[in-house]
Design a protein. Structure first.
Length: 372
């Protein structure tokens, strides 16, 4: 498969497949999405960002989602379909743009197969909740973080900060992931050679202020308008510490069904005991290069054991926004193990062709199970 590279024709085919499967699931709308639509429609109709006019109470776990839906409703006069279509197009665009920013070449096809053909990503794109918005902001922020190591472009820092602010407004708990990656990027800026202290301070300010102002603007507005910065769900749907073992197995199941664990096992078997393979070196290289993201994922994973089985989090919805980043980390690990990693190994020169041939029925079977 030419080192898992992709061509415009393959990309177009995958996009059409993604949209076709999205259309298949599009009649499904998660119940909680209608709560968001009511808030957004009331705002446009002049009743305020409320569920019932005259009752300033927030049940919005994703305030940005409600604001986006308000804009879409104001333009089209319809909430559900415009939200679904906008979110799926945004996610396709952001994942593709992230690949472009990172300048990923080898492994690009693998990423598209894993993310764009994921039955769970497509199912929740049709679900109408904030899942795809958060995923879009996070994968773009991750791409900006990676690219900022190789360029002096201040616009990447501003974009990174804005995206973290938007992610926070999409889900407050995303800060468990975004704060470690922010500190890693800021630390990398301070370690840069040949840059004056003044410039380092200005670059750190660019990293901090845009996202912080976005977050504070909403928190201030929420406190004044609702007299609380948190939605009501935080009081009525507490975290579950009594089911962490079950949640951990559920998360492991997700890693298996999403393809992360099978792919790691395939690479390990394919590269084992080959002279040019450096598995430990590749692991260390990936860890150091993406330390913030990996620490963030570890913190979020622990938190997820208390929340991943709560209301409206079925079909791995709680974990999906972070899946594209996981896929990119696995691809970075493969790159780091050997210069020949994408040319095949113990499983033959066509080992990656076999991966493609196995991924498609693997995803297809899960689509069938979800649909039935």
């Amino acid at each position: 498969m030419n080192q898992m590279r992709s061509t415009p024709g393959i990309v177009a085919l995958l996009v059409l497949t993604h949209l076709g499967l999205f259309a298949w699931f599009s009649n499904y709308t998660a119940e909680d999405a209608y709560i968001v639509y009511r808030y957004s429609e009331n705002l446009v109709d002049g009743n305020g960002l409320v569920f019932n006019p005259g009752e300033p109470v927030s049940a919005l776990t994703s305030p940005l989602h409600a604001l986006i839906c308000s804009g879409l409703y104001a333009i089209s006069g319809e909430s559900a379909w415009t939200n679904k279509i906008f979110s799926v197009l945004l996610h396709l665009s952001c994942t593709y743009l992230a690949i472009h920013i990172i300048r990923l070449d080898r492994g690009k096809l693998l990423f598209f197969l894993m993310v764009w053909l994921s039955p769970y990503m497509i199912f929740w794109a049709a679900g109408g909740l904030e899942t795809m918005y958060l995923s879009s902001f996070l994968v773009l922020a991750f791409a900006c973080a990676v690219r900022s190591r190789d360029t002096d472009d201040w616009r990447l820092l501003v974009a990174f900060s804005v995206l973290l602010g938007l992610a926070f407004l999409t889900r407050y708990d995303s800060c468990l992931f975004t704060l470690p990656i922010w500190f890693h990027v800021a630390f990398s800026q301070w370690r840069s050679q040949g840059i004056s202290t003044g410039k380092k301070i200005s670059r750190t300010t660019l990293l901090l202020l845009p996202g912080l102002l976005i977050a504070l603007a909403w928190l201030g507005t929420s406190y004044v308008y609702y007299h609380d910065i948190f939605p009501t769900s935080i009081y009525h749907k507490p975290l579950r510490y009594d089911i962490q073992t079950h949640a951990a197995f559920y998360m492991l199941q997700f890693l298996c069904l999403s393809g992360i664990v099978p792919l790691l096992a395939w690479v390990f078997i394919d590269r084992l005991r080959r002279s040019e393979t450096q598995l430990v070196h590749g692991l260390g290289k990936t860890l150091l290069a993406h330390l913030g993201a990996i620490i963030g994922l570890a913190i979020f994973a622990f938190y997820a054991t208390t929340a991943v089985l709560t209301h409206m989090m079925f079909s791995y919805r709680f974990l999906l926004p972070y899946f594209p980043i996981m896929a990119l980390l696995v691809i970075a690990l493969i790159d780091g193990t050997s210069p020949q990693a994408w040319r095949g190994g113990n499983l033959g020169r066509r080992s990656w062709t076999w991966v493609v041939l196995l991924v498609i029925p693997f995803q297809g079977l899960q689509f069938y199970i979800i649909d039935n």
